[in-house]
Ligand binder design. Structure first.
Ligand code: SF4
Ligand code: SF4
Length: 408
């Protein structure tokens, strides 16, 4: 694609990056077939190619309107288009740049601004979010069923082994996951402990920064990123092997730390190192399969399992076919899931901001997951887990908890 970026953006770091991405797009339209919003709405402007064109127009100096904002807001940032694109267009990075610029140029309605501010001010703060959630759980019996389903029960085993091994890995604790399901990181810690690795949660580290970043509070987001790097760095220097993430949405963000801080002289090097050593928990366990096989106890967990691979795992981190063999080797039968490349509609705060589209995607996803009659649905990201659970009566859990149960 030929480009002629406007003077105000051409020589900035964002302009140079956006230009390089735009030039890779050859308008072929292959990406349309796998875009969930194009599938639902059938509008070119709700496809990757259409959104790329809108961003190109803006970067070339055309007036930016609420129409541009609407079509970028409707994008899930699922990055299915990146997986499909034969030309290697890094759509996710382009849309981050595009959204930031649109936010500067187009003001939002007061109610929309307030909603977004509220989300970025509560979700990343673990204590505050826990308090809101506790109130929601108390009020659950009084809520309409549609709302009550969105307030998950506290469940699972949160016991965490003492750090006792020479091999150590750090864990991203996150913000909403410890409040919604503390059992997930605890299950990862117990599995790793059994194979000789201590998983360490470092005080001072918390939210990965993704919630604020995707709501276009990019400065707030970088403050979370730097706080995590500051908290982890002494442990990295002391020999921690990896930063382990059990929520693939957060893992995608940590993977981007190096890119986000590449122009920051105080953090660029450290951020690049943290990104390079970040691992989804599936990658860590895949490297330890022989040790895990020794520890599996006779089966007592459900056998038929449907695995929902989050977009952040399959398209963001490009981790495919790693969880499934771990589950099969542990004795589970994985049911077939049609259209497994499509988003469930959770997508961070998307389910709260674009409820109509999100609910349509949820219905389609639940139908696909239930089509193989699984006893349990498993996934790898807390956002997808809670969202899918709100649409099905079947239990939905993180796959790591299922594996942990097979080792007890
Ligand atoms: S598939 Fe890639 S090159 Fe083709 S239109 Fe989509 S983004 Fe552009
Ligand atoms: S990120 Fe997802 S929703 Fe957005 S344009 Fe790409 S495929 Fe469509």
């Amino acid at each position: 694609m030929q480009t002629q970026l406007a003077d105000w953006i051409r020589d900035t770091p964002e302009g140079i990056e956006a230009d390089a991405i735009l030039r890779k797009c050859v308008h072929c339209g292959f990406c349309l077939a796998t875009c969930p919003t194009y599938n639902l709405l059938g509008d070119e402007l709700d496809s990757p190619r259409g959104r790329i064109y809108l961003m190109k127009q803006m970067l070339e100096g055309a007036p930016v309107t609420q129409r541009t904002q609407l079509h970028l807001d409707r994008c899930l940032t699922c990055r299915a288009c990146e997986t499909t694109c034969p030309s290697g267009v890094e759509y996710g990075r382009l849309v981050d740049i595009g959204r930031d610029l649109v936010e500067e140029k187009v003001s939002r309605a007061p109610a929309d601004r307030l909603r977004r501010w509220f989300l970025k001010s509560t979700l990343p703060h673990r204590g505050l979010f826990s308090a809101v959630l506790a109130l929601g759980r108390l009020a659950r019996p009084l809520l309409p069923a549609s709302l009550a389903r969105k307030v998950p029960e506290l469940k699972g085993d949160g016991s965490w082994p003492q750090a006792r091994h020479a091999r150590r890995m750090l864990v991203l604790e996150g913000c909403v996951q410890p409040a919604l399901a503390p059992s997930i990181n605890a299950a990862a810690a117990r599995i790793l402990d059994r194979i000789g690795i201590s998983l360490v949660a470092v005080p001072g580290a918390g939210c990965c920064g993704a919630v604020a970043f995707h709501l276009n509070y990019q400065d707030d987001s970088l403050a979370y990123v730097k706080a995590n790097i500051d908290a982890w760095w002494p442990h990295v220097e002391a020999g921690a092997e990896a930063v382990v993430v059990t929520a693939s949405g957060c893992g995608t963000m940590v993977h981007e730390y190096g890119h986000l801080l590449r122009h920051d002289p105080a953090y660029a090097q450290k951020a690049a190192r943290i990104s390079a050593m970040s691992r989804d928990v599936s990658e860590v366990l895949a490297a330890e399969r022989a040790a895990i096989a020794q520890l599996l106890s006779p089966e007592k967990a459900p056998r038929r399992v449907a695995f929902h691979s989050p977009c952040s795992l399959q398209h963001g981190l490009k981790i495919n076919g790693v969880v499934e063999p771990l589950l099969r080797e542990a004795g589970f039968t994985l049911t077939h899931v049609p259209d497994a490349h499509l988003c469930c509609g959770s997508a961070g705060t998307y389910s709260l901001l674009q409820t109509g589209l999100s609910q349509q995607l949820l219905r389609n996803k639940v139908n696909a997951l239930e089509s193989g009659a699984p006893e349990t649905i498993v996934t790898a990201n807390i956002g997808c887990l809670v969202h899918i659970q709100s649409g099905t009566a079947r239990p939905v859990t993180h796959w790591i908890e299922l594996l942990d149960a097979r080792m007890q």
